[in-house]
Ligand binder design. Structure first.
Ligand code: GLN
Length: 298
């Protein structure tokens, strides 16, 4: 049998030839998945001959990747906020940028960076995650904020199934309620004017830009999670309009935006007239990524 090193290098070449932009890391991840080895084990056994079974599993994984299917769908999972989320074609693969949104909300309610907030005290923190997808925002907020009760909506029933599985996996199912429907529409009316946080990572690519997306996204990720209905920021604008009905006075609206959208979205928040404390937070690459604001106290 060929050695681990040999099959790794073959995999890198195969993925490179099929158009992968990260062939080395992807071949390594798929090889470790086939072998069920962690990095340390792999790095100490390069010269070991590969067993026939993991070898054929690895070849299948490489073939799947060569069709353009994203690595995380092949593996069936993705790390987010140091938690492992189940993912498949029913949901958007969580992105590292979205961790900034989640960290911002966590920090806000832990009293460290972010706008100061009146301590919600022993009462529950009510959080809404709009367009929950895999549930990565809802579940990680419930995990890191034990005082939180989260309502997570999604227009996609299949996405809600994945998110529900992820809430169970992380032991927060009792504090996360999933509701199928558009934006804030499925929320129970008793939440009106009482919500502390509305968080969302809305679809933010316009239909006109959609054909330019990478093949992995275009062909494999759910279009409803990626492409906004109408203008690229159509969902953000809807949320800016609808959120104050649900937020308590001083409640927080925090949304992820694409590169180039922070200024117009911030402008819409200010122009709305019902918000204050408008903040824009950059991602580690310096791209403005999160727009947040609080409803004005009356
Ligand atoms: N909330 C999920 C995420 O951030 C899904 C977002 C979406 O589908 N647009 O990954």
């Amino acid at each position: 049998m060929p050695t681990i090193r040999e099959v790794y290098l073959l995999g890198v070449e195969h993925l490179r030839a099929s158009g992968s932009v990260e062939p080395a890391i992807e071949a390594e991840v798929l090889l470790r998945h086939a072998l069920q080895w962690n990095r340390t084990v792999l790095y100490t056994r390069w010269e070991t001959p590969i067993e026939p079974e993991p070898f054929s599993r690895y070849q299948e994984l490489l073939e799947a990747r060569a069709t353009g299917r994203p690595v995380h769908y092949i593996l069936g999972e993705r790390e987010f906020m140091s938690l492992t989320f189940a993912v498949d074609e029913r949901v958007l693969i969580p992105r590292p940028e979205t961790e900034i949104l989640v960290e911002f909300v966590i920090n806000t309610f832990r009293g460290s960076p972010g706008p100061r907030t009146p301590d919600p005290g022993p009462r529950q923190l009510v959080i809404i995650d709009v367009g929950t997808g895999s549930g990565c925002i809802a579940v990680s907020l419930a995990h890191y904020l034990p005082q939180a009760r989260v309502y997570a909506t999604d227009i996609s029933g299949p996405a809600i199934q994945v998110a529900t599985e992820n809430a169970r996996r992380h032991g927060v199912a009792e504090r996360v309620v999933f509701l199928e429907g558009d934006l804030l529409a499925p929320l129970p009316k008793h939440l009106l004017r009482s919500v502390d946080v509305i968080a969302a990572n809305p679809p933010y690519v316009s239909a006109a830009e959609a054909p330019m997306l990478a093949r992995e996204i275009r062909e494999f990720e759910p279009a409803v999670a990626v492409v906004a209905p109408g203008d690229a920021t159509a969902v953000h604008l809807q949320l800016i309009i609808q959120a104050p009905r649900w937020l308590r006075s001083g409640g927080l609206l925090a949304m992820e935006v694409a590169a180039g959208q922070a200024d117009p979205v911030r402008g819409a928040v200010i122009g709305d007239g019902r918000y204050g404390d408008v903040l824009v937070l950059p991602d580690p690459g310096g791209v403005p990524r999160i727009v947040s604001a609080r409803t004005q106290r009356q």
